[in-house]
Design a protein around this ligand. Structure first.
Ligand code: PHE
Length: 440
């Protein structure tokens, strides 16, 4: 599942974070600045090491190329791509009208430097400040950070591109929207791609109280036309798409705290629907906070890795972080090419089963994302995926038992059994130290 910040995900309780710094140190250096740590601090060494890399700004890197291709599709927009990933919870959540109990705020879902500073979880964190600067049409590309499971399409750092366009609110500029809509509709010719659409407004996906529904509808149409034309350009000649077997794209209704109406776009790829973007009509509250209350417009946020994996046929999200020449030397700036796998090395899985220490009711337990961060810190990109294969609570003692299966595989070489055993031993010993578990 693409990690959208909508409310359909399972509610999780807010719990204090776990210190990843040594208890003796009370500060952590992030991009050259020292920050005090507190009970929220959960940023890990692995994550810290990614902050300076800025893959989306490397010209020949697939993510860099995809950024420039999308930017050239919106030539009249401002192109921003160097904003710091360090933001406040206000920027990331409150400025976008997230409710106080939204699960995305929890330390199990987001990386906090301390309670007042975090790593952005989405590029929407910069909407208010960008509108406040007077930008009316802009694209913003950045690295974003979310705590999550480990598998071939999830990585705790990924890249998003936010796009937005705002118009003078009625009555002045609806003509501008309508003209833009006519121009875009004329240009949209179907090629080897089928786009399934849905109504712009429904009772469950309404226009906002302060908006005239007709204007909201025209703006939503403008958003869809811009994105369909981008999707056609990106996927129109996607490898493998033919008249008989066209690429399929669908619009679905969505919910985001900062847009209404809201939509998601999914692409059918290798037998699965993949969410690649979320979007909608910008919430009036966002524009009010940015001091541009008399505007009306749309915003979208798309995941660059998902799109790059489809366009370049890159099978595993870890490859984007590879410094192996056999990966990097395949790409030229500005050109999409099919990735040629240099080899698939054998996987090797190891299981670990343990009892969690019993805790008073309501006290934080180990979350699956805590386990995944621990494994990443020990094994780096040698871990391919992590699954819970057994979970139960002892009926008498009420202790929780867990069994995780860790699948190790290098993308660059064969791993020896001794090496994997060594990594697994370290995982187990960290697990005992940090979480006080009892191995079964
Ligand atoms: N920020 C949302 C996400 O990460 C995507 C989005 C952007 C949705 C802009 C609506 C408008 O899931």
């Amino acid at each position: 599942m693409y990690r959208t910040l909508n409310l359909r995900c399972i509610q999780r309780v807010l719990r204090p974070g776990r210190l990843y710094t040594t208890p003796a140190s009370s500060t952590v250096k992030v991009l050259g600045t020292d920050y005090l740590t507190d009970s929220y601090t959960n940023i890990t060494p692995t994550i810290l090491s990614k902050l300076p890399l800025q893959l989306h700004r490397q010209p020949a890197h697939p993510l860099g190329t995809l950024r420039t291709l999308i930017e050239s599709h919106f030539p009249s927009f401002s192109h921003l791509s160097s904003l710091s990933p360090i933001v406040t919870p206000y920027q990331n959540f409150d400025s976008l009208s997230f409710p106080a109990d939204h699960p995305g705020r929890s330390v199990t879902d987001s990386y906090y430097i301390n309670k007042d500073v975090m790593l952005r979880t989405h590029t929407s964190a910069h909407e208010v400040e960008t509108f406040a600067k007077g930008e009316t049409k802009w694209l913003l590309t950045a690295d974003v950070y979310r705590r999550d499971e480990i598998d071939g399409s999830h990585y705790p750092v990924f890249h998003q591109m936010e796009g937005a366009k705002i118009f003078e609110a009625a009555p002045y500029a609806m003509r501008e929207v309508e003209e833009d809509n006519e121009r875009l509709s004329a240009h949209l010719k179907q090629s080897n791609i089928v786009i399934e659409d849905i109504p712009h407004l429904t009772p469950a996906n309404p226009s906002q109280p302060s908006h005239n529904p007709q204007h909201s509808e025209a703006v939503a149409l403008n958003l869809k036309l811009h994105l369909n034309s981008l999707l056609l350009e990106l996927f129109g000649d996607a490898a493998g798409a033919t008249k008989e077997d066209p690429l399929k794209v669908r619009w679905i209704e969505a919910y985001f705290p900062f847009t209404s109406p809201s939509y998601e776009v999914e692409v059918f790829f290798r037998g699965k629907w993949l969410e690649i973007l979320g979007c909608g009509v910008v919430l009036q509250g966002t524009l009010d906070r940015a001091n541009v209350p008399n505007k009306l417009g749309w915003a979208f946020g798309l995941g660059l890795e998902r799109i790059a994996m489809i366009l370049y046929s890159i099978p595993d999200i870890r490859l984007f972080w590879s410094s192996d020449k056999r990966f990097l030397s395949q790409f030229t700036p500005g050109r999409i090419s099919t990735f040629k796998p240099y080899s698939k090395y054998p996987p090797c899985h190891k299981d670990v089963s343990f009892w969690l220490p019993s805790r008073p009711d309501g006290e934080a337990k180990m979350h699956d994302n805590d386990f995944c961060d621990l494994v990443r810190d020990v094994a780096g990109d040698l871990v391919e995926d992590v699954k819970v294969i057994d979970r139960f609570t002892h009926p008498k003692t009420k202790r929780d038992s867990l069994c995780y299966r860790i699948n190790y595989r290098s993308m660059d070489r064969s791993l020896s059994n001794a090496e994997v055993n060594d990594i697994q031993d370290q995982v187990v010993s960290h697990l005992k130290d940090r979480f006080g578990v009892e191995i079964r």
